[in-house]
Design a protein around this ligand. Sequence first.
Ligand SMILES: C[S@@+](CC[C@H](N)C(=O)[O-])C[C@H]1O[C@@H](n2cnc3c(N)ncnc32)[C@H](O)[C@@H]1O
Length: 279
Amino acid sequence: MREAEIHDIEVQVFLEALRLRHGYDFTHYARASIKRRLEGLVKDMGHQNLSEIIPLLLREHDMLPKVLGSMSVPVTEMFRDPQIFKALREKVLPMLSTYPRVNIWQAGCATGEEVYSLAILLKEEGLYDKTSIYATDINDSAIARAEEGIVSQKCMEVYSRNYLAAGGKGALSDYYHARYNFVKLDETLKKNIVFAHHNVVADGVFCETHLLLCRNLLIYFSKDLQDQVLRLFYDSLVRGGFLCLGSRESIRFSSIADEFTPVDETLRIFRCCPRLEKR
Ligand SMILES: C[S@@+](CC[C@H](N)C(=O)[O-])C[C@H]1O[C@@H](n2cnc3c(N)ncnc32)[C@H](O)[C@@H]1O
């Protein structure tokens, strides 16, 4: 099949249609990445150009999940960047253990590998039973996969290495059952996890959060949109709460930068200490 041909003006009209018809605003996402995603959508649907699917977007109900699925990049892994999980284990969880109840929000959970990693960490550090974890994403099919807790067997070698590098106290295989070419993660890991649809661009504060992980999502946004979302995160965090971003993301440029102090700047872990309290 011929490569899908996409013009900038079509992308603009498509994004406006998506915003006006369905309330999803992707206009401030990095344009090059959006264009690549839309090329994939046009090709998958067997069309020649983006204009052909704009009427479908306006009229057909089943287009929205398809579009959201194609716009999202649910790439993830268990204990991705293990040194971050090690730092959470050593520097953040000991402080959270002093609270009677802990709320964690993982925004942009994709297919769930990161939130299950967090659950393992919490179990090993004895915090799991007093913790509620909210794992959210815009992509419903990714959330459905996350809820199943099924991971491809061929990833487990890398994930096991990551787990040990993150200071794992046993073996990753303690937390899953192997079945043919996939593994099923232990059901008890998701006992305190609530998976939900949430759009960080348009939806409100999620909960009174003690730890907020949002890694490798802000990189898809313009600086202004990053600022808007970081403000939502600030409003969601309790005073003294922790924010953990991806390795290519930062709060430094943003309007809430002064409200945080670094726990580990290189690992992008920050603590919410509002200006007034620092004086
Ligand atoms: C690259 S994945 C990151 C997964 C995981 N946090 C990690 O670092 O391994 C980015 C996720 O952000 C989600 N996403 C994109 N835009 C979003 C939005 N506006 N609100 C919530 N999630 C969003 C995508 O659906 C995708 O699952």
